[in-house]
Design a protein around this ligand. Structure first.
Ligand SMILES: [Zn+2]
Length: 311
């Protein structure tokens, strides 16, 4: 069976035709979102691109991973920081009308978790915690094979678990959330704040400081970079230990740009979580790097269809 996965971002929309059995992306394209043209035009552009991509192709349905709070029953974007004008915007119904197929909408971090379950490191698992470390920190919880989203559908905000109430300001308005420590944005902020104290750090030999720059410097034993790495690890370890105690997952899967740091991040993280978990939880879980990389968005979106239709 073939499914369309739409990874809707604030700047770009990635669209892929996915073989649901193999998880192969058969065709793929990327268009600009052009949020400023308004919701109806964005939907029309997505529909045109899907039609172009699926000419002479048959497909089952469309899954859309969208940032923000989603009314998944009705395919409505209730609110999204990436689309300021979309208040209760009926994304699913509008697209469905244009392409005459079923359209399922899910929050993008939740769809990342589903993508891992159907096609990634969570294949065959029923208990998964997924974290995406990007501009922000997204989370998804799959427990007993169900995506857990709570009474109003907006639960699973694992990035906004508070690690330290006296910590740095988070984008959400609270202080000391996981996102304020483990997002790419936070990592860059932590580096810039300490420039005066560590003027000779390798980090500052780069004009544009990014999470990658910080982790590359850490790999060369740069002192500031290692201090930041340790803070990221500590925040992640505290949060993940809480998720392990709450959900008893088989796997914790970490994706997003920051996860590309690889072992310099994952090795100390595994060690620290092992120190923090209660003895009965030791060796009940694995902490894994997402294998889906650039395709995580499209595959996650496609797997919304698989999950909802329970195929
Ligand atoms: Zn927050």
């Amino acid at each position: 069976m073939k499914i369309i996965g739409v990874d809707l971002g604030g700047t770009f929309v990635k669209i892929g035709l996915v073989d649901s059995l193999t998880g192969k992306i058969l065709k793929k394209s990327e268009i600009e979102t052009k949020v400023d043209l308004g919701g109806d035009t964005v939907v029309k552009r997505i529909s045109d691109e899907i039609k172009r991509l699926t000419e002479n192709e048959n497909y089952e349905a469309v899954g859309i991973g969208s940032p923000g709070s989603i009314d998944k029953e009705n395919g409505i974007v209730k609110f999204s920081p990436n689309f300021p004008d979309w208040n209760n915007f009926p994304l699913g119904p509008k697209l469905s009308e244009l392409i005459n197929k079923k359209v399922y909408v899910e929050n993008d971090a939740n769809s990342f978790a589903l993508g891992e379950k159907w096609f990634g490191a969570g294949k065959g698992k029923e208990h998964i915690i997924a974290l995406t470390l990007g501009t922000g920190v997204g989370g998804g919880i799959i427990s007993h094979n169900f995506l857990i989203t709570g009474s109003t559908g907006i639960g699973g905000e694992l990035g906004h678990v508070i690690i330290n109430p006296n910590g740095p300001l988070c984008g959400c308005g609270n202080y000391g959330c996981l996102e304020a420590y483990a997002s790419a944005t936070a990592i860059v902020r932590m580096a810039k704040e300490r420039r005066k104290k560590f003027p000779n750090s390798l980090i500052f030999q780069n004009e544009n400081i990014s999470a990658k720059v910080v982790f590359d410097a850490a790999k060369q034993n740069d002192r500031l970079a290692l201090i930041i790495r340790d803070e990221v690890v500590e925040a992640l370890a505290v949060a993940i230990t809480g998720f392990i105690h709450t959900f008893n997952p088989e796997v914790i899967i970490i994706g997003g740009g920051v996860s590309k740091a690889g072992n310099i991040l994952f090795e100390p993280l595994r060690k620290r979580v092992d120190e923090l978990v209660m003895p009965s939880f030791k060796n009940t879980y694995e902490i894994l790097q997402s294998p889906l990389v650039e395709n995580a968005g499209i595959l996650g979106a496609a797997s919304i269809v698989l999950q909802r239709e329970n195929l």
